[in-house]
Design a protein around this ligand. Sequence first.
Ligand SMILES: [Zn+2]
Length: 571
Amino acid sequence: MKNSTTINSYAGFTIGPIYGVFSSARKTRELWFASYFFSWFMEKMIEQLSKNNEIDFLSPFVTKPFKSNESISGKYHDRFILQSSFNKEDLFKQIQKASDNTLDFFAELISSLVIKIGAKYINGANEKTVRDILNSYIQRNFVVFDTNDIKLSTESTSSEKSKIVKHINKYLDSMEENRFFETGIQSKTCFICRDLPANIEANVWVKSGATKKETKRNTSPSKEKLCPLCFMKYFAHMSEEVAKKISKSEFRFPTILDIASVELLTEKVKEQNPLFKDREKDYEFQDIEQAVHETHTKKEEADSLLKKAYPKYFAILQADGDNIGKEVGNIDSVSFSYSLFNFANTAEKLIKSYKGYPVYIGGDDILAFVPVAFKDDDGKTKTVIDLAIELSEKYKEFVAQNTLKTTLSVGINIAYYKFPLSLALKNTRRQLFEEAKKDEKNALALLLTKHSGHQIGFKFRFGSSDIKSFSELLRKTLAGDVDFPHSLHYNLSRYKTVMANIPDEERLEAFFENNFNEPEHSKFASGINQVKNCFKEVILSVPREQSEQRNNYVKELLSKLAFIKFLRGEK
Ligand SMILES: [Zn+2]
């Protein structure tokens, strides 16, 4: 759209229910495609609409000429807002057409996948039935305004476009709140989501005994009845359309163990068992153990690699910008969308450098699977906490740019590799929205759920000295550069109250001196010293009179130490 053209209309579009489609995913690849599908839907619509010279996007930032997203991470939000020189009625028709074309595209994608993998329609279904189900389940809502009908408040000094974005966002919010959809008839419901009518029968590998210690391995897939969405999520890696879209023919989103155990799964180890490269079947941690033993002739070498707990645990990281709603009214919305676009590209590279796999990066909104820790090619150990710190710093650099009052908050959930995915996701969301974003925001909240069910949780503010000293201690301990005695956590726990009441640095030094003066402690000097510094920074920064806060800080520090102790493989 040329600058001189008059703007006659504005529109906003929103799609859902993203969490509805997410929640039934049991495998990472199903979750990935659940998310990718929505981003791709939005991208296809934006691609069609942006070819129109009469249409300009206000949010998100759209490159001109349009450039397709070839990354495996979804980049498009569940909303867009645009302006146009079309009148209201014509703009409405354009959006409706783009939306319907896109729905047809996915109905066809599912149909060709049914043929490709040799599945079959049941209950009298066909491509039209698939389209009808998508049509009733995928919520596509939009609103179109005539420029003259928008009455903007004259109070704030922000630009008119920013006010319009804020105005339309409010409409989209209320549309999302008022959504409902029909679920399937009980007797025909889908084997995976148990929500939508099942009309495709396909061979599915059913994982057995997720909670039992001894898992029975299935030797053949079983015939199950699926709804079109679950079918698409499960088999997306076999789709030619998907391969074309991401320019990768043999891609399958990595399994949880592929990501969690990256440190153990070297090329040599992977050669020991064809299961590691099988795109259909899953392997177990026992398979990794066996392969590690086969690769290392010295038993002690294999044992020391397998002793650590973290390769059996996976992290989900979710991030979201703070105060964006407030800031949107005060800034140029187009340049803000552009800064989010640039941040997303940087964040994607960063997550990959931590061997993580972003499911979704739409501006400030990030969801990724990441190993808890791993030894990089340069021999340095990196952890998911280091990644969170780097993301927060990049956000400040790209988005806040020293002027905006927006920061990034991060939630991390760490769980055993067999932990149910939908619950792990729920926990991650809770860490982000109910812990990290509580009070002052700009924080990292982390929850570890051990295989035993025992949980450890704590929180940091980004930019604080304690997040830096903790991440350093964690990194060095996991790398084996720093060690502390087995009894350290126990001894400190015994003296919780004494620790909370320590008056000054001198007394703190004396406390550590007296309690860790056995000859065997000398080899742990550096580890004990680092722990002492953590206490010094956290406890002595609070006046002694604020005893409740001091008690809480001591408790939190002990949780953090328990976290480190657990990850390095101590019970
Ligand atoms: Zn389903």
